[in-house]
Design a protein around this ligand. Structure first.
Ligand SMILES: *[C@@H]1O[C@H](CO)[C@@H](O)[C@H](O)[C@H]1NC(C)=O
Ligand SMILES: *[C@@H]1O[C@H](CO)[C@@H](O)[C@H](O)[C@H]1NC(C)=O
Length: 193
């Protein structure tokens, strides 16, 4: 290799390294924190008999489903998708018309991989809800916290995920306790045999 071609080789290598780092930092999962995101609800409600309905004529058992992306701004054409949500709210009782019980899962969201599952209730009169983060898989193992959900203009809802992490020492302790139990039990079993 002459000095000129080794120099261009070096430049190409530098370019590849720079692009790789840029891609990695773009996709990187930042972990626990506060994440604002926007959801647009287009799906009609599903009446208990399976036909389409709306909020005004909802009967107990009416479902309000969503499956699709959520975004960094209330504009699906210009906004960037931050993740994917599957969730379902169910209208429980005519005696408590505000209350819709909701449960959902975020899939590979906020640059992280894995599922984040939540449950809570949406108050139609207040046009807002609060959901408890139940836990998750992958990058979301040990996730706790909550999601607030506030209806804004024209079908857009602003959600804020406050992602906390359960005490990892508590998890480690319970794991080592169960490992110790298994070791003890197998020692006893060996002795008995
Ligand atoms: C389903 O129930 C709604 C009332 O919620 C009623 O208006 C509609 O006719 C029913 N549809 C069928 C197919 O039974
Ligand atoms: C739902 O919101 C309405 C209006 O803000 C409020 O009066 C009501 O108490 C709320 N219901 C529950 C169960 O929190």
């Amino acid at each position: 290799m002459n000095s000129c071609s080794s120099f261009s080789f070096f430049l190409v290598l530098l370019l590849i390294i720079t692009i790789t780092f840029a891609k990695l930092s773009e996709a990187a999962c930042k972990g626990p924190g506060t994440y604002d995101h926007w959801i647009f609800f287009t799906t009609p409600l599903i009446a208990p008999n399976g036909s389409a309905t709306d909020f005004a004529s909802a009967l107990p058992g009416t479902r309000w489903p969503y499956s699709g992306n959520f975004y960094d701004a209330p504009d699906a054409t210009a906004a960037k998708a931050l993740g994917y949500d599957t969730d379902l709210c169910t209208y429980l009782s005519a005696d408590a018309p505000q209350m819709w019980q909701c449960t959902g899962t975020y899939i590979d969201s906020f640059g992280c991989s894995g599922y984040l599952t939540f449950s809570g209730f949406f108050n139609i009169s207040a046009a807002s809800g609060v959901f408890t983060v139940l836990g998750g898989t992958g990058d979301f193992v040990g996730a706790a916290g909550h999601i607030t959900d506030v209806a804004k203009d024209e079908g857009w809802f602003l959600r804020t995920l406050v992602w906390k992490q359960v005490d990892s020492t508590a998890v480690a302790t319970s794991t080592s306790t169960s490992v110790a139990t298994v070791v003890t039990l197998s020692a006893i079993a060996t002795w008995l045999i």
